[in-house]
Design a protein around this ligand. Structure first.
Ligand code: ADP
Ligand code: MG
Ligand code: MG
Length: 355
């Protein structure tokens, strides 16, 4: 069987996706599977690399640049070049597609819808769960509906802002306490997110967030630990142990996540058992309400007096060597290789049974 690995993509999380794809490539059981890497460039071209019979040993692919058509290399000396293909050309028998694409145009249901149309099995959440999970305004309203605790927030779109800027600022200041977090509704990896302390910063942050989406959510900032839990499965999903991010600074922004790597993880998190249980219960509820399938990482805030608030659900969590999702399963007793195998089997099962 062949695994078609889609990575790169047009979102601001392009680079993260390449590292995740490289990690996943290392974990796939060559012998059972061949890997067909397909690199989605930032300008939307699909480049088909050489069929991999063994894991790539080079990290050259991590430095792929826009316009440079070098694809996966099997060794440092041997670079193969990607061939531009039409996306529909990935349709063939006996394949499983593994979309390793974070953010819009990958994690949000668009690629998933395309794969549904092609009738191909694919790893991870379907169209509904992907769209629900990526959109912070929709997921928040779903979480509200089932009574999951969240920090207070205000949501609006570009038209609201253009016509009622002052009224929205007043609404934020009337119902939320600074500092606030301003977020584009559809994004990830902290891209476009700002922490603000006053009305001027709020306005500037809203304008920045509009670069990424026409819909914005403003949240009350909270002083809390960030804890994360992994979910795996289709209708029979189960949860991992809980992990905690040990941060040098409060705002876990893109630089801290991927550049500085100042964040370490405590797995399992040293939390009272009742808090762990609550996080796991909320995570499964969140997974069900978005119609989760395959995998998700559910992120929480835990305050010093052990109040738990759900922050967000990520249907295609990072899969780099320092990513929480695979490490959570490893600590739960599922090796990273077995995790990949389980994800592939879940993809096949859901394709065959629509469950
Ligand atoms: P993304 O989908 O980009 O990861 P998040 O909602 O998780 O977006 O926000 C990114 C980071 O910003 C969080 O991991 C956390 O460090 C910080 N953050 C976000 N919202 C809040 C909040 N309401 N209070 C405190 N910190 C927050
Ligand atoms: Mg996210
Ligand atoms: Mg997050």
């Amino acid at each position: 069987m062949k695994i078609i690995l889609l990575y790169g993509g047009q979102s601001a999380e392009h680079e993260v996706s390449i590292i995740s794809a490289h990690t996943i490539c290392q974990l796939i059981m060559y012998g059972y599977y061949q890997v067909q890497p397909i690199y989605l460039t930032k300008d939307g071209r699909w480049l088909k690399g050489p069929l991999l019979e063994q894991p790539p040993t080079s990290v050259k692919q991590l430095t792929l640049e826009e316009g440079q058509e070098a694809s996966w290399a099997n060794s440092d000396d041997e670079v193969s070049y990607g061939v531009a293909i039409n996306p529909g050309e990935i349709q063939e028998p006996d394949v499983i597609v593994f979309p390793v694409l974070h953010g819009p145009n990958g994690e949000d249901g668009t690629i998933q819808g395309f794969l549904e149309v092609l009738n191909l099995p694919y790893v991870g959440a379907g169209v509904t769960a992907s769209a629900n999970g990526m959109d912070k305004i929709i997921s928040k309203s779903l979480f509200d509906q089932i009574g999951l605790p969240q920090v207070p927030y205000v949501a609006f779109n570009a038209l609201d802002w253009r016509t009622n800027e002052d009224e929205i600022v007043q609404r934020c200041e009337g119902s939320l306490i600074y500092p606030l977090f301003v977020k584009p509704a559809n994004m990830g990896s902290s891209v476009g997110i700002s922490r603000v302390e006053n009305a001027d910063e709020l306005k500037a942050a809203v304008n920045l967030a509009f670069k990424y989406d026409r819909r914005i959510v403003v949240e009350q900032g909270i002083i809390a630990q960030e804890c994360e839990v992994a979910v795996l499965g289709n209708d029979d999903a189960h949860v991992s142990v809980v992990g905690r991010l040990v941060k040098q600074q409060d705002f876990y922004d893109y630089n801290e996540k991927y550049i500085n790597n100042t964040v370490t993880m405590e797995i399992p998190a040293d939390l009272p058992e009742s808090v762990t249980a609550r996080i796991q219960e909320y995570a499964l509820k969140a997974y069900r309400v978005i119609d989760g399938r395959g995998l998700s990482r559910v992120d929480f805030f835990v305050t010093s007096n052990n109040d738990v608030y759900i922050n967000e659900i990520n249907t295609l969590p990072g899969f780099t060597p320092f990513s929480m999702y695979p490490l959570l399963w490893q600590e739960t007793g599922l090796s990273q290789r077995d995790l990949i195998e389980e994800l592939l089997q879940l993809a096949l099962r859901s394709h065959e049974t629509k469950q």
